[in-house]
Design a protein around this ligand. Structure first.
Ligand SMILES: [Mg+2]
Length: 270
């Protein structure tokens, strides 16, 4: 019996944290021109690491923008404007991101929609004007490109990212492994992913295949479990992706979900 893999993209195949950080930093420099005055490359490396740790709890891409400024306020007392930055830890941010987000917006006197627009504009302009460096700010996780190259299973990408951007990243780092017609950019949220899984399992050419869905968001996997029509899917949480230890611990208590390590995933695909 053959296998069909439906794979999420960010947090399963692609580590987009470098790009998320770089987009946020570009936008931050436009919106708050002096914010990066005292930032050197080692502080910048630190920022990217912290962004990766906090990423599982960020709700929107633009949250990166708020996070970068808050992290800088933690490290640089001279630019501090929020009451929470002093003594704050990254673990504290992971624990309380939603509350912190609203509080810092208020204390900074910033308008959410205006920031959202500016961030989106800078990020889109980057992609339009210099797609090559935008692609280069992303990376595939170690071993993934080789695993995709030697994979014999039917592989589909089901991602919230717009499909052309997943395509160009794959083309750059894992050339000609997954044809564009197997890459589905379904938009944000879990529901469209669930719909796509239903469509995939119904296709005549997929009858008899063993179904596997790999995703880094526990919330999405839990929604699949609630959907009786999707009972046939084997579910995996990517242990290397954007999820917290708390979520991994919870996943470990759910019999239907297997937590995969990257090396197991690469072996499975081959
Ligand atoms: Mg993901």
């Amino acid at each position: 019996m053959g296998d069909l893999y439906a794979l999420d993209f960010d947090g399963v195949l692609c580590d987009s944290c470098g790009e998320g950080y770089a987009s946020a930093a570009k936008a931050a420099k436009v919106i708050w021109p002096t914010l990066f005055n005292d930032v050197d490359s080692s502080l910048e490396d630190w920022l990217v690491d912290q962004v990766r740790t906090v990423r599982p709890v960020l709700q929107k891409r633009y949250d990166n923008l708020l996070l970068v400024r808050l992290l800088l306020e933690m490290r640089l007392p001279s630019i501090r404007k929020s009451s929470v930055a002093e003594g704050l830890t990254v673990e504290g941010i992971v624990e309380n991101w939603s509350e912190l987000k609203n509080l810092i917006l208020k204390e900074w006197g910033e308008d959410r929609d205006a920031l959202l627009n500016s961030y989106g504009k800078v990020r889109d302009e980057w992609k339009v004007q210099d797609l090559k460096t935008w692609i280069g700010a992303n990376r595939l996780y170690p071993g993934v490109a080789d695993a995709l190259k030697s994979a014999t299973s039917a592989i589909y990408i089901v991602t919230g990212k717009q499909s052309p951007f997943a395509e160009v990243i794959l083309q750059e780092f894992a050339k000609d492994t997954i044809p564009p017609e197997r890459i589905f950019g379904v938009g944000a949220g879990s529901e469209p992913k669930l719909e796509k899984l239903k469509q995939l399992q119904k296709k005549p050419e997929h009858q008899g295949l063993k179904l596997h869905f790999v995703e880094d968001r526990l919330a999405t996997l839990k929604k699949v479990i609630k959907e009786p029509e999707l009972d046939g899917w084997n579910l995996y949480l990517s242990g290397w992706g954007y999820n917290t230890q708390k979520e991994k611990d919870e996943a470990a208590t759910i019999p239907r979900i297997q937590i995969l390590q990257l090396s197991d995933f690469n072996t499975k695909l081959k």
